[in-house]
Design a protein around this ligand. Sequence first.
Ligand SMILES: [Zn+2]
Ligand SMILES: [Zn+2]
Length: 431
Amino acid sequence: MEASPGLEQRREHIAAARELLTGIADSLWQVPGSGGLGELLGEVDALSASCDAARVAIVSEAIERGDASGGAAAMTVTQWVRHHAPSTRAGGAGQLVAVAVAFAKPCNQPIKEAVDAGRLPVRSAAVVVAEADRLRPALADGAEPHVLEGLIDMAAEHGPRGCRLVRPALLARYGQDGELQLQQDVARRFVALSQPVEDGTGTAEYRLVLDVAGKAVLEAALGPLSSPRPVDGERDLRGSDQRRGEALLALVGRAVAAGEGVGPHTKTQLIVTMDWDALASGVRGAGVVIGGPESGTMLAPGTVRRLACNASVVPLVLGSAGEVLDQGRAVRFFTPAQTRRLWLRDGGCTYPGCSMPPHWTDAHHLLHWADFGSSDLGNAALLCERHHTTVHSRRLAGRVVRDDAGEWVEWDLVLGSYDQLLAQRAAQEPA
Ligand SMILES: [Zn+2]
Ligand SMILES: [Zn+2]
């Protein structure tokens, strides 16, 4: 085994490496033509990554010893770093300190190792640390090592952005039961469209915030409408943002024009694959959007159940071996004739106190489609978008009541009444 070089020797080598790099521009003409420059860049880059890792190690040690705080100058750690590492005065000192502090915690050991091994740049490590802190309280027992590994892999391969994008998938797989659902339900509360802000130039600006499901639905609808369309063989010169804006207007225009009539049978917009066990058990991740710009979006079970009521979403149910069990069970939709009778029967949203007219409602399956509810009128109720979400997220049961005066839908507004109904049904079923 080779002895590790002593400290003095290391400092000499480091100084020598720096000298070698100084004035490198003047000797680049010597680099052979094909590929030489790339190789050299790779070498210098690896050196720079090692430098980053070394800076973290030194700062960690300084924090541990107490060198970096207090003392005669009474500096903060960040000030200490800026003082001794002048390049960080342009930015990055705070991140360096944050990573060094995080690495002192045993739970972040795998991230530290990835940095030491040169697999992970310090900038990405900072994001992995932050993501791990966010995810940790939501994880199931024993899941942490897998999650850290997943975050490190994504960050190493795709940088900080990749690391953030993998969060829903990790939560779905390793989160405590219902954690992904909770996050998606919370995200839904942030859905917003601002008032227009006019700046006097004849345009108005809006700010739109959507949750994952909303984004998937909007993008699926915009996708085909916003692709470039040449006119008379001439290229479509509109930019992507302009095409998307005009596509959104076209969508609104179409919805308004549909007016009071029963809409035409909706074209396929969004295909969601769902894992049957996950959907039935109602925990963890159940659905993934496939196709289109939103493919790969992980959806929580409740989100999938609500979406499955929407005629523009086609669910593909997968068995435990990943086989397609049923291509959305063709009878999932109410026919236009059924819908017309439903409009007449319910007259609009059936949620207590809501006056939304029928053409702004969806037909909800009282016994959910995902629980094998049938598509007949005895199992249907009109709900507006808002109350449709309420009914699914609060898991409310409704039933069609008949008497001499006619038929109407009655809702049980006790939280979880739908689950009670399911339990009753299960108890009645012959074993
Ligand atoms: Zn529904
Ligand atoms: Zn309503």
